[in-house]
Design a binder for this molecule. Structure first.
Ligand code: UDX
Length: 437
């Protein structure tokens, strides 16, 4: 009999997974409570930009991928992946309402199924959530027993936006957390067929939940480390953080990735997961000194940029400042927790006149700022009349900016947080994060 797979929550993780599974020929159902989103996706259009996603989704739809808001599809399913968001509350703690609602619904439909499905939780949740919250909700609503009538496995996801299709197809590891039951054996066999070359780590729920935070907090630590060094370098004449990163990255104990100094880490995961982990550590009586410092460095980074702008412009009030790049990283239209958005907010408070250019994220930026700032359709237009350009996101097309492109600037002052022009290719008053003056 053909295996049927349901994916609940069609954000980056869920939609990538549903698209990849269906494109590989698995009978897949993608469920989301948002009807409008479901309609767009079932017509082949993801609700956000992600390289290769549309192509993979279209292939999946051709293979019979069903997108729906109907949770009863769970009754036919052998595997149910939960990929709903776990955002954060104002105090940094994790917000579990979406996962609680969706597991309650899953429980209700588990009651009717004659199958013994496996529920796999991909959403990032703090250690203990599976045991203390998800399992009781599922058992109560289904009137069935986990481990006996259905399987329950923690299966954290490590995909990165902009490479989500590749990461879904070829993850660096598969983590399966839960009890050693027949369901665990089944899940192991499913994943070893899906990813024949990927190591599978089996462990308990709490460890699997913690692995995800360990992963993301280590990445955040690497970024804050290089950002701190970058700040030191800026005070050593001609010191260059990129040469330092490149060299230490050759040491296999360090590794070359995530050593790109910049305005700090943003996006929908690292900042949120760091705050959730810090909050959790405090709640179990551990003072997270290192993690606090990592976050602190991240927050200071933007203050440093504001200070530099202020100093070079002798105050920002009513000055025309252009922000180049608002996406939290290149090749995405995502501006969630983007440092660039934070910077604009701060500069607006200080009464600067802001113009932005981003090759993909303009629409999402408009949703935040409306008519409070100006939006331009090209880099050159955005630079015209500007008194200061701040490069925040390393979009490849920015490499084409040259002396001619900045001709219209009122004052040729460039603050380059990504060192796009650090090789001296531009004739301007030039300040680069991580390069000593
Ligand atoms: C991250 C994790 O990498 C991924 O494993 C997890 O599943 C989700 O969170 P993502 O949010 O897509 O993925 O972004 P990532 O590529 O990690 O970048 C996060 C932020 O760090 C961005 O603002 C980026 O610009 C910044 N960053 C990253 C740096 O400033 N320097 C680096 O060297 C790397």
């Amino acid at each position: 009999m053909i295996m049927k797979i349901t994916v609940i929550g069609l954000g980056f993780v869920g939609l990538s997974l549903a698209a990849v599974l269906s494109s590989k020929g698995y009978k897949t159902f993608g469920i989301d409570i948002d009807k409008k989103k479901c309609r767009m996706i079932s017509e082949g259009y993801p609700t956000f930009f992600e390289p290769d996603l549309e192509k993979t989704l279209k292939k999946g739809l051709k293979n019979g991928l069903i997108i729906s808001d109907d949770f009863s599809l769970i009754e036919q399913s052998d595997l149910v992946f939960v990929t709903v968001g776990t955002p954060q509350k104002a105090n940094g703690a994790i917000e579990l309402s979406m996962i609680k609602n969706s597991t309650a619904k899953i429980g209700k439909f588990l009651q009717n199924t004659r199958k013994n499905p496996i529920i796999l939780i991909k959403s990032t949740v703090i250690p203990g959530t599976m045991k203390d919250i998800i399992l009781p909700i599922l058992e109560k609503n289904s009137k069935k027993k986990a481990g006996k009538d259905f399987g329950l496995i923690s299966n954290p996801e490590f995909l990165q936006e902009t490479t989500s299709i590749r990461d879904t197809k070829f993850p660096h590891a598969v983590v399966l957390g839960g009890y050693d039951t027949k369901y665990m054996k089944k899940a192991k066999s499913f994943f070893s067929k899906l990813h024949p070359r990927t190591p599978i780590i089996t462990t308990n729920h709490q460890t699997a939940e913690m692995v995800k935070y360990a992963n993301n907090s280590f990445l955040a630590t690497k970024i804050s480390f290089i950002n701190q060094l970058s700040n030191i370098c800026q005070n050593i004449p001609d010191a260059n953080i990129d040469d330092i990163a490149k060299t230490i990255g050759l040491d296999p104990r360090i590794g070359k990735l995530f050593l790109n100094a910049g305005p700090g880490y943003g996006g929908s995961c690292l900042p949120k997961d760091m705050k959730a982990l810090i909050n959790f550590a405090n709640s179990v009586g551990v003072k997270p000194i290192l993690l606090d410092a990592v976050e602190n460095v991240n927050q200071k980074q933007i203050q440093q940029i504001v200070k530099t702008i202020e100093k070079k412009l002798s105050g920002v009030s009513s000055k025309r400042i252009t922000i180049m790049g608002t996406a939290f990283k290149p090749d995405t239209d995502d501006v969630r927790d983007s440092i660039s958005i934070e910077l604009i907010k701060k500069l607006l408070k200080m009464k600067a006149k802001i113009t932005i250019y981003d090759p993909r994220a303009t629409e999402n930026t408009k949703r935040i700022f409306g008519d409070k700032i100006f939006y331009k359709k090209s880099a050159i237009n955005a630079l015209d009349n500007s008194q200061c350009a701040v490069f925040m996101t390393y979009w490849k097309e920015f490499e084409r900016i040259n002396d001619k492109s900045i001709n219209g600037m009122k004052r040729k002052l460039i603050i380059d947080c990504r060192r796009i022009f650090s090789k001296g290719r531009i004739n301007a008053e030039y300040y680069a994060l991580g390069i000593g003056k």
